[in-house]
Write a protein that binds this ligand. Structure first.
Ligand SMILES: O=C(O)CCC(=O)C(=O)O
Ligand SMILES: [Fe+2]
Length: 212
């Protein structure tokens, strides 16, 4: 039943986020697996998801003005996994096969289970996601968030919330899996900046567990 050959047993890089000595409580951890899905399979998965996901243009009210979110989004998951983000309550769309299969593979790899996935389509380099932490209370205290990237590679930035010199830049390549866990969301912000020279699309899936 393995439609996409997801790579197992590959090298996993652990990014030492630079926890500072004074803070013994923190356990910031980011792991990166560049070739979780092999190149050809990543292209096939990208195509399937760009067609099958019900992409939506959402908007936000900022300072009294309605603004379109600079990317397309969709929220899939178990029925009870309702999630508030960008100020709105999102009821999940029921799982579709390719997302359910990816979820199972990623659960096996990461050793955590997920009940939902936020899908983002960055149509080109003008699409982006601003600085934020995935620290909504629905995600629980120290959430494990598994982020799969497909298509155009994009920069991903991390910066510490209180220690300005602590920052990291990574490139999220097609087929890569980034796992953020421990106290990462308590202590760090992340973003996908605009890169206006980029013309090609990227899909990012963040698998999450909503506490119900
Ligand atoms: O697109 C990405 O790599 C990050 C997405 C993200 O941070 C999120 O969905 O919360
Ligand atoms: Fe995020």
């Amino acid at each position: 039943m393995q439609q996409f050959g997801l790579g197992f047993g590959q090298e996993i890089e652990t990014l030492a986020l630079g926890a500072h000595q004074s803070d013994e409580q923190s356990n910031d951890a980011v792991q990166f697996q560049p070739n979780f899905i092999e190149d050809d399979d990543a292209i096939a998965v990208f195509k399937a998801l760009s067609q099958q996901i019900e992409w939506r243009q959402e908007s936000l009210w900022i300072a009294g003005k309605e603004r379109q979110v600079p990317r397309l989004v969709a929220w899939y998951g178990d029925t009870e996994a309702e999630y508030r983000y960008s100020g709105k309550l999102h009821t999940p769309i029921p799982w579709i096969r390719p997302l359910a299969m990816l979820k199972e593979r990623i659960e096996a790899e990461v050793g955590s289970d997920f009940n939902s996935v936020l899908c983002n389509l960055y149509r080109d380099g003008k699409d982006s996601m601003g600085w934020h932490a995935d620290d909504e209370k629905e995600l629980g205290k120290d959430p494990v968030i598994a982020s799969l990237s497909l298509g155009q590679e994009r920069s991903f930035h991390l910066k510490h919330k209180t220690v300005p010199k602590l920052k990291h830049k990574m490139t999220l390549t097609s087929g890569s899996l980034l796992v953020m866990k421990g106290t990462t969301q308590q202590n760090w912000l992340h973003q996908v900046p605009k890169e206006t020279h980029i013309t090609q699309p990227r899909i990012n899936l963040t698998f999450r567990k909503i506490m119900t």
